[in-house]
Design a protein around this ligand. Structure first.
Ligand SMILES: NC(=O)c1ccc[n+]([C@@H]2O[C@H](COP(=O)([O-])OP(=O)(O)OC[C@H]3O[C@@H](n4cnc5c(N)ncnc54)[C@H](OP(=O)(O)O)[C@@H]3O)[C@@H](O)[C@H]2O)c1
Length: 290
């Protein structure tokens, strides 16, 4: 049996369905079990748990031969941000998996580093370190931004205007990948013990946010140039919102880092597994159809 923490999320759901297609028994661990059941149906075992608390985690991963972490606290406020979820929560999950004798597949992020200016990237790097120091066999997967996540954001910001809002200038190349391709890597890592001790980087395709917004507009039949939120506004919100709404500040800080090329220029990555890369048009066609 394989435990997928975060199995009701965008990536997690795809991992669960890939694993089920491989004939694996899956247990999904999330905070909101009701929502997970409505997303996943009745054929998947769902248990309610919170990686932020070690209490009860041992029981929830008991019997697993592998534990996948597809959780994050990027959108969470105080008490549920990257430090609590991605760093400490993952550490608790790793400790519980170690006690259960299960391997761990950690979904990190491309560019994770203890020196990153971004809280999420530091928290992921600390989780990676904790996992590497543990006694449990591990695989780390480092993906860049998911196309589906950003298509959803651009769709939401377009509202009824048909003109998505781009955070910044939108002209820096950013690495994007389909969450479906990442799920293929994660589910393979969960079932293939020869991948232990490896960091699997998923390079993705460099695209600008403007390319993505225009491709979405073409597919939807939307007209008019995308709108822009200036970098100065992102910079101001990243600082001013920090004491009141840390999650909103974090989103602005990350958007600014993406727009200024901070996240991509220096990151060297290889498609370690030679992915079956889904093209942008495939992903957009599926996204629009759903
Ligand atoms: N989206 C991207 O562009 C991107 C890029 C690179 C890497 N990643 C990584 O890929 C993974 C999946 O991301 P995603 O965008 O697919 O996530 P998502 O759709 O936001 O889903 C997050 C999942 O984690 C669960 N979760 C959150 N906090 C939890 C907690 N404290 N305890 C237990 N479960 C918790 C959520 O369910 P509940 O709310 O019910 O708990 C949900 O199932 C994450 O590790 C993320 O850092 C994402």
């Amino acid at each position: 049996m394989i435990v997928v923490a975060g199995g009701s999320g965008l990536l997690g759901r795809l991992v669960v369905s890939d694993l089920a297609a491989r004939g694996e028994r899956v247990r999904v661990l999330v905070r909101d079990a009701g929502r997970a059941r409505s997303v996943l149906g009745d054929d998947v075992e769902v248990v309610a748990g919170d990686v932020r608390s070690r209490d009860g985690l041992d029981e929830l991963v008991d019997g697993a031969r592998a534990v996948v972490s597809a959780v994050h606290g990027f959108l969470g406020g105080r008490g549920a941000g990257p430090v609590q979820v991605d760093e400490r929560g993952n550490a608790s999950l790793v400790d519980a998996a170690t006690a259960a004798g299960a391997d761990v597949v950690l979904v990190s992020v491309l560019g994770a580093s203890p020196d990153s200016p971004l809280e999420l990237f530091r928290a992921k790097a600390h989780a990676e370190q904790h996992l590497r120091r543990s006694a449990t066999p591990w695989t780390i997967v480092r993906p860049p931004a998911y196309l589906e996540t950003w298509l959803a954001i651009l769709t939401k910001t377009a509202g009824t205007s048909g003109r998505p809002l781009i955070f910044g200038r939108g002209d820096s190349p950013i690495r994007f990948v389909s969450a479906g391709d990442v799920a293929s890597v994660v589910s393979r890592a969960a079932t293939d013990a020869t991948l232990r001790g490896q960091v699997l980087e998923v390079a993705g395709e460099p695209l600008t946010m403007t390319d993505l917004a225009r491709a979405l507009q073409d597919a939807r039949g939307w007209h008019g140039p995308p709108r822009h939120l200036p970098r100065t506004v992102l910079r101001t919100l990243a600082i001013a919102a920090r004491p009141i709404c840390p999650a909103f500040a974090r989103q602005n800080h990350t958007a600014l880092a993406m727009d200024t090329g901070q996240l991509t220029i220096d990151i060297q990555a290889a498609n370690t597994l030679g992915l079956p890369a889904r093209t942008l048009s495939d992903v957009i066609a599926r996204f629009v159809a759903s």
